[in-house]
Design a protein around this ligand. Structure first.
Ligand code: SPV
Ligand code: MG
Length: 535
C-alpha cells in the first residue's frame, strides 16, 4: 500500500494510533523494526542531530535530504514536521511538491511565524500566524498535492502561546474548513487538561493529533477515552541516544581503553545487519560474477551403505550398484555431463575407495555413520560458489528431470514426484505444498514447498522428494548462510537436508517445486531394485 494511504488510514482509523520520532535513516529503520506503523520526522530531533537549533537554522532542503534517507530506509509512512511551511503559501506549495517526490506521506505545519522557535522555549514569546494567511497556506498545499491521500496536518499553537481554549477552537475549525486532514493540538502543560477541554468541545469534527511530551504522566487510556486519533512520541529515541552517546564518550575518554564499554554497546555486526549488508552480498554475487553458461557444479551425496540392500552392498556403496550395464552413479554422471556439468563432487563414506569413475572429485565424509546429510553437503558446498545441482547418490532419473530443474530460474528448486504408492511400507520424504501463487491453467507450475515430512506415504501429501535439488549461485549463498548459522550447533551433526529446507521456508525463503510423475526411482530396498531393472 502507498505510504500516503497508510498514513491517511492511520489518521482516519477509529482507534488511537502512534508515531515515533526519527531523525536519520538508521533511526527511522529502528523505529520501523520496533513495530511502529508510522514515523514523525521531528524538526527538533532532526535539527538537533545536525547540531543546530530548532529555529529554522537548517534550510528546508537540508531537512529534506535527511527525510529522503529516512524514507528510503523504511516502508512505513513518514509525517514530516514542516514547521511553519518555511515561508508563505508559495513556499508551502514547493514543499509539498518536493515531499511527494521523495515519498513522504504527509506534512504538519504550525501556525507560527518563520523563523519559528521550539514550542517549549521562550515562554510567552511565540507569535501566532494570521488565521486567514495560515488557511491560505493549507489550501495551497491541498491544491498542489498530486496524490489524494497525501496528508496535511494543521498544528494549533494557541495553547502554547497562552491564548486559551476559545482561540484554539477557532483556529482548529478554520483550519479544518481550509482542508486540513487532521489538527495537531499542542500543549506544554504537565497535564492533559487543555487537550481534554478542547476534545470535549471539538467532538469528532476532524481527527486530532497530540504530542504528549510534557504531559507524559497521562495514561494512554485517557487519550483513547477522549477520542484522540494520533499520539506522537516526538523526541524520545533521540533523547535516549544522546544519553548513551554521552555515557560512552565520557567513559572512553576517562578509561582510555574499550574494555568496559564493549558489552554495553551493539556489536559492529548489528550495524551491518541494519544496513542490510546481506542484500549487497547477494547482489555482488549476482552482478559481479554473472554466470557465463557452463559454470555449474553438482554434488552427489553417496556416503551411506544402504543397509536394506543387504548383500548387494556388501562390498560397494549403494551408488555403485549396477542397474543393467551401468551403476546408478554412472547414469547420474552421464546425465550431468549431457547438461555440460563437469565439476562433479561425490561425498563418499562407506567403501569410498570403490567410487572410481573418471573425472569425479571424491570428498570424504569419514564420519558418515554418525553424521547426517548436512555434514556431507557442507564438505562439498564449501568448495563451490556456482550454480549447483544436489543429488542423492541412490536416485535413478530420466535426463529431462535435470533439465526442468536447471531451466527454472528460481534460486532453490526441488523435484517432487507426485506418483508414489500408498502401499509402500517404509518412510520417505513426503511433501506438502503452499497454495499456488496465482491462478493459472497449470497450478502445479507455481507450487512452493510448505514442508517436507519424514513419514509413511499418505493421501494428504502432494508427492515425494527424491533428493534432487538445484541452487542458483544466490541459492548457494542462502544455503551457505544457513550452514554458517547452524554448523556449530549440536543438532547440525545429524541434520538432514529436509530439515534445512523446512527451516529455510520458515525463514521466508521460497523453495520452488518442479513436479514429475514417476520417471525416477530411489533405490532403497530390494523392491526398488527390481523395479529399477526395468527403468
Ligand atoms: C518536534 O518534534 O519538532 C515538534 C514537537 O515540533 S515539539 O518539539 O513538541 O514542538
Ligand atoms: Mg518541531
Amino acid at each position: 500500500m502507498k505510504k500516503t494511504t497508510q498514513l491517511k488510514q492511520m489518521i482516519l482509523s477509529t482507534q488511537l494510533e502512534f508515531l515515533m520520532e526519527a531523525h536519520s535513516g538508521m533511526s527511522a529503520k529502528i523505529v520501523e523494526e520496533a513495530g511502529f506503523k508510522g514515523i514523525w520526522g521531528s524538526g527538533l530531533s532532526i535539527s538537533g542531530s545536525l547540531g543546530v537549533r530548532d529555529n529554522n537554522e537548517a534550510s528546508w532542503t537540508q531537512i529534506l535530504d535527511v527525510l529522503e534517507f529516512m524514507s528510503d530506509a523504511t516502508t512505513v509512512p513518514i509525517l514530516m514536521d514542516g514547521d511553519t511551511g518555511f515561508g508563505n503559501f508559495n513556499n508551502m506549495r514547493r514543499l509539498v511538491k518536493k515531499l511527494e517526490q521523495i515519498d513522504i506521506a504527509g506534512v504538519c505545519i504550525e501556525d507560527k511565524i518563520f523563523p519559528k522557535t521550539n514550542s517549549f522555549l521562550r515562554d510567552g514569546a511565540q507569535p501566532l500566524a494570521d488565521i486567514k494567511e495560515f488557511c491560505g497556506k493549507i489550501k495551497a498545499g491541498k491544491d498542489i498535492q498530486k496524490d489524494d491521500d497525501f496528508v496535511i496536518v494543521a498544528r494549533v499553537e494557541a495553547f502554547i502561546a497562552g491564548w486559551g481554549l476559545k482561540e484554539a477552537l477557532k483556529r482548529a475549525e478554520a483550519y479544518r474548513q481550509a482542508g486540513a486532514d487532521a489538527i495537531l493540538m499542542h500543549s506544554k502543560l504537565s497535564n492533559a487538561c487543555e487537550i481534554f477541554d478542547f476534545m470535549n468541545e471539538w467532538g469528532n469534527r476532524a481527527p486530532i493529533a497530540i504530542v504528549p511530551t510534557k504531559y507524559y504522566t497521562t495514561p494512554t487510556e485517557e487519550f483513547k477515552k477522549h477520542n484522540i486519533s494520533l499520539a506522537i512520541w516526538a523526541n524520545h529515541i533521540f533523547r535516549g541516544s544522546i544519553q548513551k552517546m554521552q555515557e560512552i564518550a565520557q567513559q572512553i575518554n576517562q578509561e582510555q581503553n574499550l574494555l568496559n564499554v564493549e558489552d554495553s554497546i551493539v556489536p559492529v555486526k548489528e550495524i551491518f545487519r541494519l544496513q542490510d549488508d546481506k542484500e549487497l552480498a547477494l547482489a555482488e554475487e549476482h552482478y559481479l560474477s554473472p554466470k557465463t553458461g557452463n559454470q555449474r557444479s553438482a554434488i552427489i551425496l553417496a556416503s551411506t551403505r544402504g543397509d536394506q540392500l543387504g548383500a548387494l552392498t556388501e562390498s560397494i556403496p549403494k551408488t555403485m550398484i549396477k542397474i543393467g550395464k551401468k551403476s546408478i552413479l554412472e547414469r547420474a554422471v552421464e546425465h550431468l555431463n549431457e547438461h555440460h556439468i563437469k565439476n562433479i563432487m561425490v561425498v563418499a563414506g562407506y567403501k569410498r575407495e570403490k567410487i572410481n569413475l573418471p573425472n569425479l572429485k571424491v570428498i570424504a565424509n569419514d564420519d558418515y555413520e554418525t553424521t547426517g546429510e548436512m555434514v556431507s553437503l557442507t564438505k562439498a558446498i564449501d568448495t563451490t560458489k556456482e550454480e549447483c545441482v544436489i543429488l542423492f547418490g541412490d536416485v535413478l532419473f530420466k535426463k529431462y528431470v535435470l533439465t526442468i530443474m536447471l531451466d527454472d530460474p528460481a534460486d532453490i528448486v526441488i523435484i517432487v514426484d507426485s506418483v508414489f504408492s500408498l502401499e509402500k511400507q517404509y518412510q520417505s520424504d513426503f511433501v506438502q505444498v503452499c497454495p499456488m501463487e496465482e491462478k493459472s491453467l497449470f497450478p502445479e507450475a507455481n507450487y512452493y514447498l510448505d514442508k517436507i515430512i519424514y513419514d509413511q506415504p499418505g493421501a494428504e501429501y502432494y508427492g515425494e522428494w527424491p533428493g534432487m535439488m538445484k541452487l542458483t549461485d544466490k541459492g548457494v549463498i542462502i544455503v551457505k548462510a544457513f550452514i554458517q548459522e547452524f554448523r556449530d550447533k549440536p543438532e547440525f551433526q545429524k541434520m538432514d537436508i529436509r530439515e534445512m529446507l523446512n527451516q529455510l521456508v520458515k525463514q521466508g525463503n521460497k523453495v520452488k517445486i518442479q513436479t514429475i510423475s514417476g520417471h525416477r526411482i530411489d533405490v532403497n530396498d530390494i523392491d526398488d531394485f527390481s523395479l529399477a531393472g526395468e527403468f
